[in-house]
Design a protein around this ligand. Structure first.
Ligand code: HEM
Ligand code: PLO
Length: 479
């Protein structure tokens, strides 16, 4: 059992003073692949020094569950890092804040505000569906030309989050929306988690282009969000909260400061956009590789929804194959392949090895999602693995794309709802294929703040009934 004490000691990479184990981490592989390879020789649980920081790497689902669930509270800390401290005003957010009673209260508040707009609420569905409609119209207006779907998808997802967080909806080309997307890009490019400043904090005193760009982007973000915050304060009423900002502002507790409200809004934004759009782009990339999967989703849609109406949340239970496609996409390309670093809040243990307080723990979800002991042909995109032999949906216990335990993603149900409504609506209305002679998308991806596919191009063709664009032909007129 996981609690039995182990006689062998925890394997550790060699290390030098100051550099720690960094010289043994060369080869240019991104961390999730490097750790997976090291686990082959050292075993699924090993340790190393990232500069001065003793770090345990967990590569199998048994130990991951110990860290995230069984001893979740003992491993619910976060290390302090230079870039994320700048990003969050020293941890006044959820994701990068260390464990504290205030953090716990803050997280619960955010969680319940999400539930307020969450599943079952028709408002959230309306917000998502209206953004999906414009996305479909935009993609269908390409009229058979090939294009990169990423900007349009990112814009659509950004619009959903803007509505949720501060009730703004933007038209294509709105300068404020462009400002939001530009600052977000600046942060994404410079916040590379695990960068050198985050290992050696003293490096921030050297001229550093990337760090100045990060600071500039953060300043643009703060100016915009402060303006939204002031507008909300001025128009706040006792009625139902209009959005996340209202919900946070109406909290009676003054331990939640303006800084907390601002950082939470900024984070919901960043997390909401980066993860959802990236997951959608991965799934589209795999559909281009597997046209038979796309056709099967479309037959399911034709059978259960048809082309006479828009897809809605209540169709979810009737579209099990689409859910499997979404799960398989998140399994094979987890957007956060090593989660966010955890730290031990007290002396504890993993797999019987004692772990001292302050130890950093990296959970390698990539290796868990590609473990050949638990997944048949793990490198194959096969949505059927999420169906049992009766054709019912089944979720294997080593599938954890949102993490688990006290630090589980707070946006999980929102994210799942968005992925479902976006994919269902897109595939109901159009088919995606490769441009003539184009190679299928690269599936290696690039690890930045999330694991992203490299840019690729698609051609879309409207499906029967949707040739006229987003509004389908022969539909009831609105008035
Ligand atoms: C944390 C995945 C969408 C907000 C996380 C973590 C993962 C994750 C793996 C880290 C868990 C850990 O460190 O143990 C995803 C995926 C998404 C998604 C795969 C979409 C496909 C969202 C959305 C939001 C969100 C839409 C909010 C609007 C957060 C926050 C945390 C988090 C605030 C930090 C939780 C904490 O540290 O306590 N997410 N996420 N995520 N996610 Fe998500
Ligand atoms: C993305 C860029 C934004 O400008 C700021 C931001 C906030 C929250 C981060 C997100 C970024 C990247 C993805 C993260 C998210 C919190 C949880 C999520 C790290 C940096 C994941 C997948 O773990």
């Amino acid at each position: 059992s996981s609690s039995s004490s182990s006689s062998s000691s925890l394997p550790c990479l060699p290390r030098l003073p100051v550099l720690g184990s960094l010289p043994w981490l060369g080869g240019g592989l991104p961390p999730h692949l490097l750790f997976t390879r090291l686990a082959h020789s050292l075993g699924p649980l090993f340790s190393l020094y990232l500069g001065p920081h003793f770090t345990v790497v967990v590569n199998d689902h048994r130990h991951a569950k110990e860290v995230l669930l069984q001893r979740g509270r003992e491993f619910a800390g976060r290390p302090s890092m230079v870039t994320t401290d700048l990003l969050t005003r020293g941890g006044r957010d959820i994701a990068f804040a260390d464990y504290s009673p205030l953090w716990k209260f803050h997280r619960r508040l955010v969680h319940s505000s999400f539930t307020l707009f969450g599943e079952g609420s028709s408002r959230l569905q309306d917000i998502v569906l209206s953004s999906v409609d414009s996305l479909c119209a935009e993609l269908l207006s390409s009229r058979g030309r090939s294009f990169d779907p990423s900007p349009a998808v990112t814009r659509a997802v950004t619009n959903v989050v803007c509505t949720l967080v501060f009730s703004a909806t933007y038209r294509h080309g709105d300068p404020e929306l462009q400002e939001v997307m530009r600052y977000n890009d600046g942060i994404v490019q410079t916040i590379a988690r695990g960068g050198l400043v985050d290992i050696y904090p003293w490096m921030r005193f050297f001229p550093n282009r990337s760090l100045s760009k990060l600071k500039e982007s953060i300043a643009v973000r703060d100016r915009l969000l402060t303006r939204k915050l002031e507008e909300h304060k001025a128009s706040l009423s006792d009625g139902d909260p209009r959005d996340l900002l209202d919900a946070l502002l109406s909290s009676e507790d003054d331990s939640i400061t303006d800084d907390h409200v601002l950082m939470t809004a900024a984070e919901a934004f960043g997390a909401g956009v980066e993860t959802t759009s990236t997951s959608l782009l991965w799934i589209l990339a795999y559909l281009l590789h597997h046209p038979e999967v796309q056709e099967r989703v479309q037959s399911e849609l034709d059978e259960c929804v048809g082309s006479g109406r828009a897809v809605c949340v209540s169709d979810r239970a009737r579209l099990p194959y689409l859910e499997c496609v979404i799960n398989e996409g998140m399994r094979i390309r987890p957007v956060s392949p090593v989660l966010i670093p955890h730290t031990a809040l007290t002396d504890s243990s993993i797999g019987g090895h004692s772990i001292s307080r302050g130890t950093r723990v990296l959970v390698n979800m990539w290796s868990i999602h590609h473990d050949p002991k638990h997944w048949d042909k793990p490198d194959l995109f096969n949505p059927d693995r999420f169906l049992d032999n009766q054709g019912q949906r089944a979720t294997p216990s080593c599938f954890l794309p949102f993490g688990a335990g006290p630090r589980v993603c707070v946006g999980e149900s929102l994210a799942r709802l968005e992925l479902f409504l976006f994919l269902a609506s897109l595939l109901q209305r159009m088919s995606f294929r490769l441009p003539h002679g184009a190679p299928p998308p690269d599936l290696q991806g690039r690890l930045g703040v999330v694991l992203q596919p490299l840019p690729y191009k698609v051609v879309v063709t409207p499906r029967p009934g949707w040739e006229g664009g987003a509004t389908q032909e022969g539909a009831e007129p609105l008035l």
